[in-house]
Every structure is written in C-alpha cells, then in structure tokens.
Design a binder for this molecule. Structure first.
Ligand code: XIL
Length: 464
C-alpha cells in the first residue's frame, strides 16, 4: 500500500504527550488549552505537522549551526546536495556522499527528509545541459529512477519536478531542454518516481505560485487537476514561498493552499523566507498553513540569516549569531495557538478523502458514538513510522482510545499527539488535550516510530 504519511518527528514527543496529559487535567475551564511546545518542530508536531529547514551539508561541522538544527527542526531538505548536478555529475556516475551525510544526520535524530529535486531546468550537470530530445528524456528518467531508488525508504516526499512553469501572464510551461522533450515530461517523471519509490509522496514544487490570482498559480493548479483526473501519480504540491518586495505575501495565500488541497493533494510550504522577516507576515503564513487540514508542513530555506541564499534580505528566523528573531517568536506562538487538525476543515466539502479510494478500511464503519482507526506505515529496514487516523462516527467524540497489537520484535521508540501505554505487544493510545474533541465524521491523527517490522497492523478505536 502506498500510504506514507508525514512523519512528525518527535525527539520531544513523549514529553509533549506528557504535557498534553497534564493540560487535560487542567482543562476544566478552558475549551482550547494552549499547547506547550517550546521548539518549532515540537510545536508543529503537536499540530500534526513538521517544521523543517534547508541544510547545507558543509555546515554540519559548524556546532552553532547544528545546535539550532537539532533543537528546532524535525524535517530537513538538502539545500543543493540532491540536485541533478550533485547526484549525477557524470552521466551514469552517481554521487551520493554529500546527500547521504545530510540524510543520516537527519534520520539518526528522528527528523524526516524531503527530497529536492529529481528534475529541474536549473542546476543540471553539464552533460545534461547539452542534451536534447529522446536522449535527454531517457537520461532524465534514468536519473529519476536511480536517485529515487537510492533514497527509497529514507525520503518521505520528493520534489519530483521543480519550477516547470513560466513567470508572467502566460500560465504555461517554462521553456527548457526538458520541456522541449515533450509536454508529457512532467508526468513521465512522476511515473518513474512512483515506480522507483512507491512509499514517497510525490510533489510538484514551484515559486511565485502563492497568489491565487496569478496566471502561474492557475497554470500549476490546472496541471494538478488534470493529473488527478487522469491518474498521474501526484500526492502533493510544494509552494516555495520566497516572499520579497517583488513577490510579496498576499492574503489570498490561504485560498491558494486550500484550493490546491481541495484537488486531493497535500500542500507544503517548502522554501519559506521573507525579505525583512516581518513577524506579522511569518505569523500569517503559519496561520494559513494551520487553517488548511492538508497543509502538513513548513520548511524555511535556511537557519540563520547568514545561511540564506538571499542573506542581504535577512529573511530567516535566526540572526547571524544564532539568536532568535521576533519572527521566530511569532512563528512559535502561531504554532502553539493556531487551529488544530481536528478543527473543521477549511477546505470545500468537495474535498476527496485523504486516503486513496482504493485503500480498504482496516476496521468496519463505526456505529453512532463510535470511532474507527486506520493506520499507514512507512517501513524501512529495521524500523517504521506509523500514522494513525482516528475518525469519529456519526456522533462527536470527547475522547478516544486506540488499541494496536504490535508484532513481536516491534518496539515503540517515540510518539506524538497521543498518550501511550505499552511499547511492545498490545499498545493503547489515548488522545492528548488538544485532539480528544473530534466532530462527527471528522478525523485527527497521531503517530509513532518503532523499531522492527510493522507487518499489517489492525487498530481498533473506542470512544471514551
Ligand atoms: C538555491 C540554493 O539555496 C543556493 O545555495 C543555490 O546556489 C541555488 O539554489 N528554488 C529552489 C532551490 O528550488 O533549490 C533554490 O536553492 C532556491 C530557489
């Protein structure tokens, strides 16, 4: 089953679950207790989301850099190390050392990895830049296949194709050597990626697609709608969201995110930076993501201003000396006080279900007052992440318990957005303070990471 869910990493998740239980006990007079996250990653995980950053491999030896990285973030994107020129510098000679170093740094600390990027007109190796026609198409597909295969099981989402649409008013494709191999190059890349790594979410990623009224935004939207209609394997759309004076944040950004989500894809903010780092603008971006149920994560494009590709714009959350900027405080506060995934979705009711329609339910439909739980697993050699979706029946829930029997050899190592009892054999999971109230027919999610092999898990759910 192709059903990787977002791995909200959780170095702090057990602490969070404890904090949630504490908050539950104090929740008599407040309907929405404030969450207690103290880092970007932990606070995002409380909302069922990740908070990531671009990482430059050569900075992993800078302890000021890694201190912030390891403390604050639970998702990582290689800033340059997975691009075509880095991974296939000579045709058919693949080079993964720098990327593997970043992936290992991230995964050994419980952070998930976004893959960036398999096919792009820019940062191509020289040999590819000078290719055309069917030889180029073949070389591109080989690249997608080889690279996605190398990272299979270690990358939760790939930017399969990056920046394929033109700026300006045309709403059409950007001219490039890849585009000139035929308009179907994008779907061919997605199909190759799916075949190579069926467990990864496959994203289209672009910039200047934030303003709902822009032709470029509409062009990408129409492509995604067409892909969904024709069964081209696409799971997500990345919004780079490099905001600056020429391409500012606009208040219809939330409409853009929710409109794409309504097509049946996840949306992510993949390369966020904001010229001047206005705290208010950062807050708005976070609130917009939290307001869209399928906006499942935010990545900032670097840690300190000095790490930014646009350092002179001071667009990031940390000063050059590593101290938190006002924008950091605004983001953390927005993550802690924003709406939760259990709130009524802002997506139009025409939203298709999150799970592919071909997914058989793992439990029968609930009666009145009951609930169901389904689980999706991202397995790798020796471990897995399980994301569990709890769905209320025809009545609202005011609390829930999920029971999952783990096969022998499987041991839970950490968890998020639920209280746990047991880490082997029969495990019981109950809601934390902020996700016990689930409206009739609505869902919430929690997750856990475990050693061993998941096999097929059959969760049961009961109201409490
Ligand atoms: C940028 C990197 O940050 C720079 O280090 C590099 O020199 C150029 O690329 N859109 C993308 C990213 O998808 O890959 C780009 O990253 C920024 C714009």
């Amino acid at each position: 089953m192709r059903s990787t869910r977002w791995k909200a990493a959780s170095r702090a998740a057990i602490a969070l679950a404890g904090a949630g239980a504490l908050a539950a006990g104090m929740a008599l007079f407040v309907t929405a207790p404030a969450s207690a996250g103290t880092t970007l990653g932990a606070s995002a995980a409380e909302k069922g989301r990740y908070f990531g950053t671009a990482v430059a491999g050569f900075k992993l030896s800078d302890s000021a850099y890694t201190t912030i990285l390891n403390r604050e973030f639970n998702s990582v994107t290689a800033e340059n190390e997975m691009k075509m020129n880095a991974t296939e510098p000579q045709q058919n000679q693949f080079s993964y050392g720098a990327a593997d170093q970043i992936v290992n740094h991230a995964r050994s600390r419980g952070m998930s990895v976004r893959g960036h990027t398999l096919a792009w007109h820019s940062q191509q190796p020289g040999w590819m830049e000078s290719m055309s026609g069917s030889a180029l198409r073949q070389a591109m597909l080989n690249h997608v296949t080889q690279v996605a295969t190398h990272f299979r099981g270690r990358v939760v989402a790939w930017d399969v194709v990056n920046e394929a649409f033109a700026d300006g008013s045309s709403g059409g494709r950007r001219d490039s050597n890849l585009q000139r191999t035929g308009n179907d190059w994008i779907e061919a890349a997605f199909r190759a990626a799916r075949a190579a790594d069926p467990g990864a979410k496959l994203c289209y990623n672009d910039y200047n697609t934030d303003n709902w009224t822009h032709a470029k935004t509409q062009g990408v939207y129409n492509m995604v709608r067409d892909f969904k209609a024709r069964g081209v394997p696409i799971d997500c759309v990345g919004f780079q969201s490099h905001f600056n004076n020429d391409s500012p944040y606009v208040s219809n950004y939330r409409t853009t995110l929710s409109s794409f989500a309504a097509l049946g894809v996840d949306v992510q903010i993949t390369e966020l930076d904001i010229q001047g780092a206005s705290a208010n603008t950062y807050r708005s971006v976070v609130e917009d993501c939290l307001a869209v149920a399928r906006c499942n994560g935010i990545t900032v494009w670097g840690i300190r201003d000095s790490d930014s590709w646009r350092a002179s714009q001071t667009p990031l959350l940390f000063n050059n000396n590593g101290s938190k900027k006002p924008a950091y405080d605004a983001v953390l506060a927005a993550l802690n006080n924003g709406t939760t995934p259990t709130d009524p979705p802002t997506d139009p009711p025409t939203d298709p279900p999150t799970d592919p329609p071909t997914d058989p339910p793992t439990t029968p439909p609930p009666g009145p007052g009951g609930c169901t739980a389904t689980v999706s697993v991202n397995q790798w050699t020796g471990g897995f992440v399980a994301n569990v979706r709890v769905t209320a029946g025809s009545s609202a829930l005011s609390g829930w318990t999920v029971t999952i029997a783990l096969p022998s050899g499987a041991t839970v190592t950490n968890a998020w957005s639920a209280n746990r009892s047991g880490n082997t054999g029969t495990t019981n999971w109950t809601n934390v303070a902020y996700n016990g109230q689930v409206g009739a027919g609505q869902s919430t999610e929690y997750g856990f990471q475990a050693n061993g092999t998941a096999g097929s898990l059959s969760p049961t759910c009961s109201a409490r």
